[in-house]
Write a protein that binds this ligand. Sequence first.
Ligand code: GTP
Length: 367
Amino acid sequence: MNMITTKIASETEVSKPTTDEAQAALETLRRLAEADPSSAAALDLSALMALQPRAQGMLNRDYPEDFTPDAQYKATMPDLQNGPESLIKGAHAEIQHVGISNFRLPLKFRTRDGEVLTLETSVTGSVSLEATKKGINMSRIMRSFYAHAEDCFDFEKIDAVLDSYITDLESFDARIQLRFRYPMLKTSLRSGLSGYQYYDVSFEMLKQDGVSTRVIHLDYVYSSTCPCSLELSEHARRERAQIATPHSQRSVARISAALEGDAPLWIEDLVEMCATAIPTETQVMVKREDEQAFAELNGANPIFVEDAVRLLCEALEGAQAAGDFRVIASHQESLHSHDAISILTRGETFAQSSYDPRLLESLIHRG
Ligand SMILES: Nc1nc2c(ncn2[C@@H]2O[C@H](COP(=O)(O)OP(=O)(O)OP(=O)(O)O)[C@@H](O)[C@H]2O)c(=O)[nH]1
C-alpha cells in the first residue's frame, strides 16, 4: 500500500504537467464533448472536478456532504458586512433600525394566574448602526435571541435580550417586537358555555440613548351599533309602525400603551379594561339566548367611532401602569362601503404627524 502511494507521488512529481499541457487536455475533453457527448458523459471527471472546482465550466455540481469548514477555511471567507467604510453604498448615514423581521418560534408567556402558555411568536429585532459601519452581523439578531428562548417572556426578559443585542452586535440602541395571539377563555352571555377568544398582542421594547420604552399593543374586537341608526329605526317603529334594524359592524380598537413605573399591566388587565369600556365584545360560543342577549347589549351600548376611542381613553387614563397611549378604532361599516376610523393619542411616545398608509387596513380582522 505504502509502495503504491510512494510510486504515485513520485510519478506525479516527475510528470507534473505544464499549464499548456493541461490546457490541451481540456481542449481534448471539450472536443470530445462536442463530437461524442455520450462518451464524454461516461468519463469519470469527479477527481478532476474536485481538484479544479474553480476552473471555468468545471464546477463541482455534487453537494459535498462531508465538507466541514475549519477555522483556517472560515478565515478565508468574505465578510462584507464587516468591510471597510469605503464599501458603504449611498449616504454614510446612521441607521436607526437594521435587523430581522418576523422570525418565528414558540415562546413561553406567564398568564396573570401564573399559568405558563407556549405561543407561536413572531419576532422583529433590530439595532442601530453607526454611519461609519457597512453592516451588522445579521445572524446574531436570531442567535442572541435564541440564547434566551427557553425562558418565560415578559419585559424583564426582553430587556435582557436587548442588552445581549447591544453587546453582541456592538450597537448603541436596540428594539424588539414580539407578536403573538393570546388565548383567553370567555363565558357566553347567558347559556353558560365558554370558548377561547384569541387576542392579537404585541410586546415592544426599545432601548435608545440609554432610555427604555415598553409598549403593549392589543387589538380588541367588538360590535358597534350606530346610535344614529338605532334612533332612526326606533323612529320608524314609533311613527309609522315600520320595522327597521340599526346597522352594526365588527369593529376593532388597537390599544397601544406605554408602561410607566413598576406596576405590571397584564394582558388580562387590558382586555378587562376594554370590556368595561366597550362591553359589546364579539362572542365565541353563541346559543339563541346568547344571541338575544347580545342584541340587548348592543341596544344598551350603541357607539360611534368617536365614542369608542374616548371610552378607551377614559379607561387608560385611569390605569396606573399606563403612561402615554394611542387608541385607533375602525368601524368596518355595514351602512357604508368604507370604514369609520378615529385615532386618539396621549403623550410624546405616539404623537405622529404621518401614519403608515396601510396602518388602518391592518385593523381588519378575519373571522
Ligand atoms: N448585514 C447584512 N447581512 C445580511 C443581509 N442579508 C443577508 N445577510 C447575511 O447574513 C449572514 C450572517 O451574517 P453574520 O452574522 O455576519 O454571520 P457570521 O459572520 O458567520 O457570524 P459571526 O460569527 O457572528 O460574525 C451573512 O452571510 C450575510 O450575508 C443584509 O441585508 N445585511
